[in-house]
Design a protein around this ligand. Structure first.
Ligand code: ATP
Ligand code: PAF
Ligand code: BAL
Length: 298
């Protein structure tokens, strides 16, 4: 059986020739990064679960502009999946990912096994604040404990000066910032803009599961967000929510989990349009695929 974590030697050799180093263990990673750290080079981490697309590449490019060395991790983290079927079918196109990272000029890719990251069973539970239980936290209970658990392990392995995350996973960035505050970590956590397809759909690894009909229907999510942004000046929050949810609910094959206009720090619903910052966030199942998206409104 082809094993995702064991890179075949031929591919590994090709990769080394092209300058991208593929590392599977924390010990090897630390050894490779040590001289870089001694030379005071700035190290950036871009954590991913693979199935890379232009959204991931944009994080790598931003990281390159801010650091000397960019490490991208690819690890499909089992502890953040609340639906075993979602984990099982998560896309794992290894060779394609390696090619994208080479092309992007990434320096190191860290692709550990599950055993490497979780050598023993362990308990993880930290206080992430009330926002942990809202939105994604309500629909994927325990998800952010799993996300922060693996991100802390990756940060411990790489010890980067900065880590880059996409704003597409808006709540995730907030949770990771809260985890970093919990452990008093001093690294910079940088949130990067959402990269979209030409028609507005937010890029996501799970888009690969969309059938052609789903793909068309999925557009209603970014359209509803854009509607809210475009009408924000003149309409009340209640009217904006009403129209956005209507747009989604009339789209066949799309089942809405939530559409909210919220405070970006607390994620609590906000009905005061004069609030300094507001974000609209949406999650829905499109066919069998659950997608999320968001847009800052002011
Ligand atoms: N369209 C995008 N624009 C910017 N950043 C993105 C985009 N999609 C994902 N990212 C970021 O890339 C990082 C790795 O995400 P991940 O590997 O889970 O990909 P994904 O596309 O979010 O996949 P999925 O949502 O299906 O899990 C995260 O910080 C995520 O926010
Ligand atoms: C941050 C992350 C890599 C942790 O597994 C994941 O949640 C993701 O890809 O967004
Ligand atoms: N991109 C967020 C990771 C997840 O959905 O599990």
């Amino acid at each position: 059986m082809f094993c995702w974590y064991n890179i075949n030697t031929q591919i590994a050799t090709e990769i080394l020739k092209l300058g991208l180093e593929v590392i599977n263990t924390i010990a090897a990673l630390k050894m490779l990064l040590q001289p870089r750290k001694l030379a005071k080079q700035k190290i950036a981490l871009v954590p991913t679960m693979g199935a890379l697309h232009k959204g991931h590449v944009s994080l790598i490019k931003i990281a390159q502009q801010n650091a000397d060395i960019v490490v991208c991790s690819i690890f499909v983290n089992p502890t953040q999946f609340t639906d075993p079927k979602d984990l099982e079918k998560y896309p794992r196109p290894l060779e394609h990912d390696i090619e994208m990272l080479q092309e992007a000029g990434c320096d190191y890719v860290f692709m550990p096994s599950v055993k490497e990251m979780y050598p023993v069973q362990e308990h993880w539970h930290i206080d992430l604040g009330n926002a942990e239980f809202l939105l994604e936290g309500e629909f994927r209970k325990g998800h952010y404990q799993g996300v922060t658990q693996i991100v802390k392990k990756l940060l411990d392995a790489v010890e980067p000066d900065m880590a880059f995350f996409g704003q597409k996973d808006f709540q995730q960035v907030l949770m990771i910032r809260n985890m970093a505050a919990h452990f008093d970590l001093s690294l910079q956590i940088i949130s990067c803009p959402i990269i979209r397809e030409d028609d507005g759909l937010a890029m996501s690894s799970r888009n690969i599961h969309l059938s052609p009909v789903d793909r068309k229907n999925a557009l209603v999510l970014s359209r509803a967000l854009q509607y809210v942004k475009d009408h924000f000046e003149h309409d009340s929050i209640a009217d904006l929510l009403k129209e956005a949810t209507r747009m989604i609910n009339v789209t066949e094959g799309v089942a809405l989990d939530y559409f909210t206009i919220a405070d970006p720090e607390t994620l609590l619903p906000e009905d005061d349009k004069n609030a300094k910052h507001l974000v609209a966030l949406v999650a829905a199942k499109v066919g069998e695929t659950r997608l999320i998206d968001n847009m800052m409104l002011n």
